[in-house]
Design a protein around this ligand. Sequence first.
Ligand code: SF4
Length: 174
Amino acid sequence: MGVATVPDRDLEQMAEDAAPWVRLAMVDDVLNLARANSLWPLTFGLACCAIEMMAVGMAKYDLDRFGAAVFRPSPRQADLMILAGTISRKMAPVILTLWDQMPGPKWSIAMGGCTISGGPFKYPGEYAIAEGAEKFMPVDVHIPGCPPRPEALIAGILQLEEKIKQGRRFGRGG
Ligand code: SF4
């Protein structure tokens, strides 16, 4: 039985058809590079971890070095939500509303044990705390600690930037 071959004319047509997509892939790479290096976090804190988050914007840690220090006061202008602090069940729907108001593509970081799993507030009989942000929204990067130091948040942001550059997406939204 002979091996089927694709006529040259068809190959040329396939290359021509694929050309726009190849160009779009290159545009995506450039866009991802721009997105990764110009993150706009939402000005938004939940509890003690937020103090560490504020510290990264100060002169000592200077988040501007990584293009992520333009904290925005409105979710409609932000593309990064840093979940910093304990999430009460009462607050969870409010967080989700803010997340939904952020335009895509958008990303989120769970900073600290509380936003990963409930942290020190997770115990038998507990009724008021959401045991992790992933119970109700997507999370791209997790940063353990109670609280994580500002250096850990910077490491998390750098990891997120790497993922954005590679075009990797997690969870829903965006
Ligand atoms: S992880 Fe620790 S420092 Fe962060 S909000 Fe929870 S209790 Fe506070």
